[in-house]
Design a protein around this ligand. Structure first.
Ligand code: ATP
Length: 272
């Protein structure tokens, strides 16, 4: 968690290890000429277990995400959702296969360039909110701006206040997380995730700790702000009601990704 919000400031990121953009080989999937925001090709993730067996967590994942998309990935516990999310969020790397972000192959990125790309372009929303205790709502929302551009740094107070206002919590700016309800904490977390206007928002079970009604309100907010800011939203969930809001739905089953999870009625019981 702390690694996401406490990476190197942008000013110290090493730009030299940013590779050239990929050639325009979209494999026929891009259509509009621009590369997808995220492009996974035949991605696998394998770990070596203590008994020397290999655990194949992700297998042959092909996934293209474009700016403006709202994509849901649903699957049962242990199917590889978090592993895929970590790869999409540049927190982990594929074992084999390729991933490009904004047209750049990420395998060649050094740690600083990866952190810079993550900080500037990706916002994370978690099930348990992961707000920093002992800091006000405003300070939480300001945190990513401390590691942003010079303009973001110097205007962090105003930018963060505007974002808190956007999620309807300007009046609670000085309040610490433990004094806020679960839904309010998640709105602060959404404000923090979006305060640098990321192009990709990764939401990992964003309604998992909320009651149904509050969860719907949070998803409405996330949907609306993502659409307004032109970001792509990827929601990872086991709840088909949450998944149904997405325009594109995938099911992840023992590491294999397939289209349209809503066509799988047996998963409804999992989300119930
Ligand atoms: N580093 C690792 N070493 C060993 N096993 C791992 C490792 N990372 C993940 N796994 C295993 O891979 C499988 C997929 O893990 P992952 O956390 O991606 O699942 P998930 O779909 O997010 O599950 P949940 O919904 O319960 O959080 C699990 O069986 C997990 O125990």
């Amino acid at each position: 968690m702390s690694s996401i919000f406490h990476d190197e400031p942008e000013e110290s990121a090493v730009d030299q290890d940013m590779p050239e953009a990929w050639p325009q080989d979209d494999g026929g999937t891009a259509g509009q000429g621009n590369p997808p925001l995220v492009d996974l090709r035949d991605v696998t993730r394998t770990v070596l277990l203590p008994d020397d067996e290999q655990l194949h967590i992700l297998r042959g994942i092909d996934l293209q995400i474009r700016v403006g998309d709202h994509t849901a990935i649903v699957g049962r516990s242990g199917c590889g959702k978090s592993t895929l999310l970590n790869i999409l969020g540049l927190l982990d790397s594929p074992t084999t296969g390729t991933m490009a972000f904004e047209g750049r192959p990420v395998a060649k990125l050094g740690n600083n360039a990866r952190a810079k790309m993550r900080g500037a372009s990706i916002g994370f929303v978690f099930q348990q909110f992961n707000l920093l205790p002992g800091r006000s709502a405003l300070e939480n929302v300001m945190t990513p701006l401390m590691y942003g551009t010079a303009k973001e740094f110097w205007q962090r107070n105003k930018i963060a206040m505007d974002m808190l206002d956007r999620v309807g919590l300007a009046a609670r700016a000085a309040t610490q997380p433990h004094m806020l309800s679960g839904g309010e904490q998640q709105r602060v977390a959404i404000a923090r995730a979006l305060v640098r206007r990321p192009r990709l928002i990764l939401a990992d079970e964003p309604t998992g700790a909320l009651d149904v009604e509050t969860g719907q309100a949070v998803m409405d907010l996330l949907d609306t702000i993502a659409t307004e800011s032109g970001a792509a939203l990827v929601t990872i969930t086991h709840d088909l009601n949450v998944a149904a809001r997405a325009r594109t739905r995938y099911r992840l089953d023992t590491g294999v990704l397939s289209m349209d999870a809503s066509a799988e009625p047996d998963l409804v019981a999992v989300g119930a």
